[in-house]
Design a protein around this ligand. Structure first.
Ligand SMILES: Nc1ncnc2c1ncn2[C@@H]1O[C@H](COP(=O)(O)OP(=O)(O)O)[C@@H](O)[C@H]1O
Ligand SMILES: [Mg+2]
Length: 424
């Protein structure tokens, strides 16, 4: 448990009065419970003053119930903060708490006047909100100080979680820097974005052993994140890499400027195709892919619910077994190139009109040229037809990719690689 001191500008060197408060950090599905004072717009981490004869744990439970109506169980204390202002020392004990049931809100008259309501805010938004503490300096010293305190507490909370869960080497490299959790990862991975690095945590069962080797081989050939460290424990792989600057190619700006986007993506694909593949440490040819697809089918790992609507069922394949059989029987000729393997828009980061990074390289390797084209085509289709972002861009036709590439679409191969991907 850590103790920190915040020294107010107007503090007296010797304090004569003390106040003790206990506060609760309650996070559920990435959202933190805050008390929102509607009349003032303030948000606070729930908690309040320790009463005579009360333990800090009792205090935090009582205060959270009174303020928010939630009954909590304090799991552990991660921080004590002392703030010094004028003749006071204010001490806040911060607890990580778990929700344990529904209770009854009991607001004081002052709290009622301020319109106090409980509010679950995404944790990154709460960090961002409290980080603006200096902007209140001219308006209210109390608000500035309170937001600085809550900001300090949330950064400590996030760092505390990291220290508990990360391998020592990775935690040491992160050096207590602030991060924002990213929720884009759809594959069960956790992503934490730091100022200059990204930590990707993937269950070992889904992480490929040789991704680091592949990424290092790619360094200097195409823009990819630089591997800083990679560790494994019994459950997870922790990959710490440099952060690529720019926007994902599914950023709204690019969806509103499709001609620009298509030209960049076409150049990105061609950039991959010009890499000399001799010595590439990973082969993702059809033999390898079908072998892996077979194992996934046999182990019941294919999620039929995740497939395109036409793939399975009426007019499509009966089940993954039938699709696998078809894929074995209809293998197209092989056009080996360096293939990204998961060439969808969130995995291609753009900056200043060029690719600044190919990321998510777990499936990269020597593979068929049409594998990336097919996934790019499908990703374009879904980003523009509203499947992902909800917004429909009516004038877009994913076939414009072929104009940008200057090649004719090979419909059979497009279909083949799209179908193969259904088994992954
Ligand atoms: N090195 C990186 N630099 C910048 N952003 C990254 C980096 N790695 C991941 N991200 C961000 O996190 C998101 C998810 O990471 P990704 O590796 O694609 O995980 P997943 O396998 O879950 O798709 C990316 O779409 C991107 O926005
Ligand atoms: Mg990705």
């Amino acid at each position: 448990m850590k103790t920190l001191e915040i020294l107010g500008k107007n503090r007296s060197d010797t304090y004569t009065k003390t106040r003790i408060c206990c506060r609760a950090v309650i996070v559920r599905e990435g959202r933190i419970l805050l008390s929102h004072e509607k009349a003032t717009g303030w948000r606070l981490i729930p908690g309040g003053g320790l009463e005579d004869g009360e333990t800090p744990e009792d205090c935090v439970v009582r205060e959270v119930e009174e303020e928010t109506g939630l009954i909590v169980r304090p799991a552990e204390q991660f921080l004590t903060l002392h703030e010094y202002y004028e003749e006071y020392r204010y001490t806040s004990h911060y607890y990580i708490c778990e929700a344990a049931g529904e209770g009854q809100m009991h607001l004081t008259d002052a709290e009622k006047d301020r319109g106090l309501v409980p509010e679950w805010l995404p944790l990154p938004e709460a960090v961002d909100l409290f980080s603006k503490h200096e902007s209140y300096a001219a308006v209210s010293e109390e608000k500035r100080g309170t937001y600085q305190r809550e900001h300090t507490a949330l950064l400590e909370y996030m760092n505390y979680l990291l220290e508990k869960t990360l391998p020592e080497n990775i935690f040491r490299l992160l050096d207590g820097k602030a991060y924002v959790p990213d929720h884009i990862g759809l594959s069960g991975s956790k992503i934490m974005i730091f100022e200059d690095g990204v930590l990707k945590i993937v269950p070992c069962s889904m992480a490929r052993e040789d991704t680091v080797r592949m990424m290092k081989w790619l360094e200097g050939k195409i823009p990819v994140p630089k591997v800083i460290a990679c560790e494994r424990d019994d459950e997870y792989q922790y990959l710490l890499m440099s952060r690529v600057s720019g926007q994902m190619s599914c950023d709204e700006y690019f969806l509103e400027h499709p001609a620009e986007l298509l030209n960049i993506l076409a150049r990105a694909l061609k950039m991959l195709w010009t890499v000399d593949i001799s010595g590439c440490p990973r082969i993702r040819d059809l033999d390898t892919e079908l072998e892996e697809a077979k194992s996934r089918v046999e182990n019941g790992l294919v999620d039929v619910g995740d497939a395109e609507p036409a793939t399975f069922g009426e007019g499509g394949f009966k089940d993954p077994e039938a699709l696998l059989e078809w894929l074995y029987a209809n293998r197209p000729d092989y056009e080996p190139v360096l293939s990204h393997g998961d060439f969808c828009l969130p995995n291609i980061i753009l900056n200043d009109g060029e690719v600044s990074g190919f990321i998510d390289l777990d499936d990269a390797g020597v593979g068929d040229k049409w594998r990336d084209i097919a996934l790019c085509h499908r990703s374009l289709k879904h980003n523009f037809d509203g499947t992902y972002g909800g917004r429909i861009y009516p004038d877009f036709d994913p076939d414009m990719l072929f104009d940008a590439l200057g090649i004719d679409p090979d419909r059979d191969k497009l279909r083949y690689f799209m179908l193969l991907d259904e088994l992954f």
